[in-house]
Design a protein around this ligand. Structure first.
Ligand code: AMP
Ligand code: MG
Length: 429
């Protein structure tokens, strides 16, 4: 379905540094081109296909930021109180054409249009009322408590560039601008499989040597979070013939196929043999830890009448251990998925926290360590490493808050050092 060249995942060199991986994805992967009109209400998570410009000023008119009294600043005495006659009252939504005459004030409420001639608003807490007279103190700046038309967004400005993934705040901005429909890229269609003779469906009869499938549930939840349409194709046995049959079939209907298991050194051949029969495969050994090689490829779809014969699906073969699945998903699959979906690359900025443990690592690779955050006695946030760091330890993901990111050039840290932290929410969103 996606238009990918056979060699789009090829690279030279034994280890692929993360920035190089990001560059490969940006340069070689072309996003899906189909777009559709999406009503605002269903737009969260969608990728907008073109820049969106503001059709009007926001706010649309000058208005009061507080409950109080609108005045002409020129009427105010510089050296003492000023008493003005209250000549009218403006509630939010009332009218936009009331005129404020000199030496008068208008009772005004938050969100009401500024009367013509008024430029400044006193908060009601700061004034004294006597009958229809209001006395205001000196010293308030011209324009205080007034919100100007267009101060948020002037009409005509690009407010959301193409490739923005719409979150609640973007939807709110579009609503405020009166935009009720957006042109969005179509959602990605992603097929997922687990592989492994030992893997069975949760809840099914489980033999003594079998485990319940955690990965399909993990991957499917991660994909849904990213707005993909997921087809869950179940569990495949460690059998290249069956694997390639299932993958070729899935390639005809999906943009991306993700499997887990069967790519570690011991059994790499299942996936390698299967994919190489029906497409192209390379292993990305990325300079990260945890980071088993991830199998990347393009699977040619069986030709179908309804679209071009060169259409194929991207393929990601993730490791089998759930923690390795998680890390490779957020660091490899997610950037690929965002690119395919037409989204702008995500900026991940780790926030510095204090580490409560010593750690040594190899130079020239990035390492991710699962940590829980706690507030220390001195008020600072401290990161504690999960005691079990095996790639199969699922509770190391449920009992922690996110990952510390140790940069390539770091070789050791001591307690008290600061290291960048990425929350699970930041990594998954
Ligand atoms: P593999 O890469 O296939 O050798 O798998 C590595 C480890 O991950 C093995 O212990 C597998 O049993 C385990 N594993 C593979 N697939 C799954 C899965 N879907 N859910 C949970 N664990 C899995
Ligand atoms: Mg396996």
């Amino acid at each position: 379905m996606a238009q990918l060249t056979d060699d789009c995942f090829a690279f030279s060199g034994a280890l692929l540094p993360l920035p190089e991986m990001e560059r490969l994805i940006a340069e070689r992967i072309t996003p899906v081109t189909d777009t559709e009109r999406v009503p605002l209400r269903g737009a969260r998570g969608r990728v907008i296909a073109a820049d969106i410009k503001a059709p009007l000023d926001l706010p649309p008119f000058d208005n009061s930021a507080v409950d109080g009294y609108a005045v002409r600043h020129a009427d105010l005495a510089a050296d003492g109180d000023t008493t003005l006659t209250v000549s009218g009252r403006l509630t939010a939504g009332a009218r936009a054409d009331l005129v404020l005459e000199p030496h008068q004030a208008i009772r005004i409420f938050t969100g009401a249009a500024m009367p013509q001639g008024a430029d400044t608003v006193f908060m009601q807490e700061d004034v004294t009322i006597a009958g229809n007279q209001v006395t205001v103190p000196k010293g308030l700046a011209l324009g205080a408590n007034r919100r100007l038309a267009g101060e948020d967004v002037p009409a005509g400005r690009v407010v959301l560039p193409a490739g923005t993934v719409l979150e609640a705040q973007h939807v709110a901005l579009l609503a405020a601008l009166g935009i009720v429909e957006v042109e969005a890229r179509r959602r990605l269609k992603v097929a997922i499989f687990s592989t492994g003779d030992e893997v069975v469906e949760p809840g099914a009869n489980r033999g003594g040597a079998a485990i319940f499938d955690a990965n399909r549930y993990l991957i499917s939840a991660l994909l849904e979070q990213l707005g993909a349409v997921v087809t869950d194709l179940g569990i495949l046995p460690d059998d290249p013939a069956e694997l390639s049959r299932a993958l070729a079939k899935a390639a005809a209907w999906h943009d991306l196929i993700i499997t887990s298991g069967g790519v570690s050194t011991g059994d790499a051949d299942y996936v390698r043999t299967a994919v190489e029969k029906i497409g192209n495969l390379v292993f990305w050994r990325i300079a990260i830890k945890p980071g088993r090689p991830v199998a990347m490829g393009v699977i040619r779809a069986a030709p179908r009448k309804d679209y071009a014969a060169n259409a194929g699906a991207a393929f990601c073969g993730l490791p089998g251990n759930p923690v390795a699945v998680f890390v490779t998903f957020v660091r490899v699959v997610k950037p690929l998925l965002l690119r395919l979906s037409g989204a702008r690359p995500q900026q991940l900025l780790p926030l510095p926290v204090r580490v409560a443990f010593a750690y040594k690592k190899k130079k020239d690779r990035r390492e991710y360590v699962r940590v829980a955050l706690r507030r220390a006695a001195d008020g600072e946030i401290e990161a504690f490493k999960h005691p079990q760091d095996g790639a199969g330890i699922l509770t190391s993901l449920t009992e922690t808050d996110g990952l510390l990111e140790f940069p390539e050039d770091t070789t050791s840290v001591a307690p008290g050092d600061r290291v960048g932290f990425l929350s699970f929410a930041a990594l998954m969103g």
